[in-house]
Design a protein around this ligand. Structure first.
Ligand SMILES: [Zn+2]
Length: 428
């Protein structure tokens, strides 16, 4: 090519690149954003059958990507479940079985009781991203997720707030925004805490002035979801997530409002606690508006985000890459979805619950008196009718499957630390 032609060619390339990319990012190298909304049960979102007005922005995002209608968390409270989101390992593998506040409560009476740390030997999604050239940022609003117990592994910057609310968390990202945008390619993980108890009655969304008790709590909870929805919209606009960005939205666990005679979370493994939203917004991904009904787990998040980001994931993970499932190239029929809850109780006893969903049925078994609950989750999604007595063979089969599944899981060396008894605490 003659020098003039070459110059012309280069100018055209440069101009085209600028027009199509806005001169700020490399084409086809998306940023990755992982948004965890603490305590958000799936069925309170409009896309999962909840009230239409609760989360208009999340609804819009889900139409620009894929929505998983049968997504399960690995546990029913923050620390174990979030560690599973971040590592693609189950709680009995990474060793985070109890949260910081719950452990501290026990340690005030018995200082020998220590807190499980996320071991150095596991690989977090932030470490994967960092090793692949991403700048990595984490901002969470839950005191269970602190740097000294291992949750900051792989982050260039990581900050933990103690339930200070979505506005404060957004302010942190606004402060970081110039640096994040300059970083080239970034991975951002955030954990909003607003839907977690205590439920604030957020105006203008709160519609429960005439309600009392649990129903008023429920309306306040809905208003917390709406508020969080508005916070995500604010950041989406600020950060320009409408292009060249993968935004994954999920939760660590749900919340009970009297569904099975109780409230809160971290005591059972019923569906209202382990069915969590999973939405992957990525208009450039070619799967806008997809709804996937296959059974998936929070442990699938790391391999799926890695795949979408073009990363060849070589570190240990239990989850699977969901991209071929979204595209309809792979079926997950017969897949087993496992959840786990382990809780040291005041009297020194331990409550351990295990769940297994497979082929439209779900077993929850307890170490207390061998109690077993079995549900037809196709026709009884809210798990109201225990059919264990009428399905004894299947119950035995599912129980054996749980035992076999656990046997196949590699565990990592445990790491422990004393919980500082004088520290300010957040929520479970
Ligand atoms: Zn939580």
């Amino acid at each position: 090519m003659r020098p003039f032609r070459l110059l012309q060619f280069l100018l055209i390339c440069l101009l085209s690149f600028s027009i199509f990319t806005g001169c700020t990012r490399k084409a086809g190298k998306p940023n990755v954003v992982l948004l965890v909304i603490d305590t958000l049960r799936a069925d309170y979102l409009p896309m999962y059958g909840g009230k239409e007005t609760v989360a208009p922005f999340l609804e819009k995002l889900s139409s620009g990507g894929a929505l998983f209608s049968n997504s399960f968390s690995a546990s029913s409270w923050t620390a174990p479940s979030t560690a599973s989101i971040l590592t693609s390992l189950f709680p009995i593998q990474h060793g985070i079985l109890m949260g910081r506040r719950a452990t501290k409560k026990l340690a005030t009476k018995d200082p020998k009781i220590l807190l499980n740390k996320l071991p150095q030997s596991v690989t977090t999604i932030a470490e994967v991203m960092k090793a692949n050239g991403f700048a990595t940022y984490g901002a969470v609003d839950n005191g269970n997720l602190r740097a000294d117990s291992g949750f900051a592994q792989g982050f260039d910057k990581f900050v933990t707030y103690l339930s200070q609310g979505g506005k404060n968390l957004n302010k942190q990202i606004q402060d970081w925004a110039p640096e994040i945008k300059k970083s080239g390619r970034y991975f951002l993980y955030m954990q909003y805490m607003d839907p977690h108890h205590p439920y604030e009655e957020h105006k203008p969304w709160f519609k429960g002035d005439n309600l009392h008790g649990l129903r008023r709590f429920e309306e306040a909870y809905r208003s917390e979801i709406s508020f969080t929805d508005s916070m995500i919209k604010e950041l989406y606009e600020l950060m320009g997530w409408g292009s060249n960005t993968i935004v994954l939205i999920t939760s660590d666990h749900g919340e009970e409002f009297g569904d099975h005679g109780s409230g809160g979370h971290g005591r059972t493994l019923y569906g209202e606690l382990v069915r969590v939203p999973l939405i992957i917004y990525y208009p450039d991904g070619g799967f806008s508006g997809k709804v996937v009904s296959e059974y998936v787990s929070s442990v699938d998040i790391v391999p799926t985000l890695a795949s979408l980001a073009g990363i060849n994931l070589t570190t240990p993970h239990e989850g699977i890459n969901l991209v071929p499932v979204i595209k309809g190239e792979k079926s997950l029929t017969g897949r087993e979805i496992y959840n786990h809850l382990w809780k040291r109780q005041k009297a020194g006893t331990v409550l351990e619950l295990k769940g297994l969903a497979k082929d439209k049925k779900r077993l929850i078994e307890s170490n207390k008196k061998g109690k077993k609950l079995f549900f037809d989750i196709e026709n009884d999604r809210h798990e109201r009718k225990n059919i264990a007595n009428k399905n004894t063979e299947l119950v035995t089969e599912y129980s054996q499957r749980i035992a076999k599944f656990e046997t196949g899981l590699k565990t990592y060396d445990r790491e422990w630390m004393p919980v500082p008894l004088d520290e300010e605490e957040g929520d479970d």
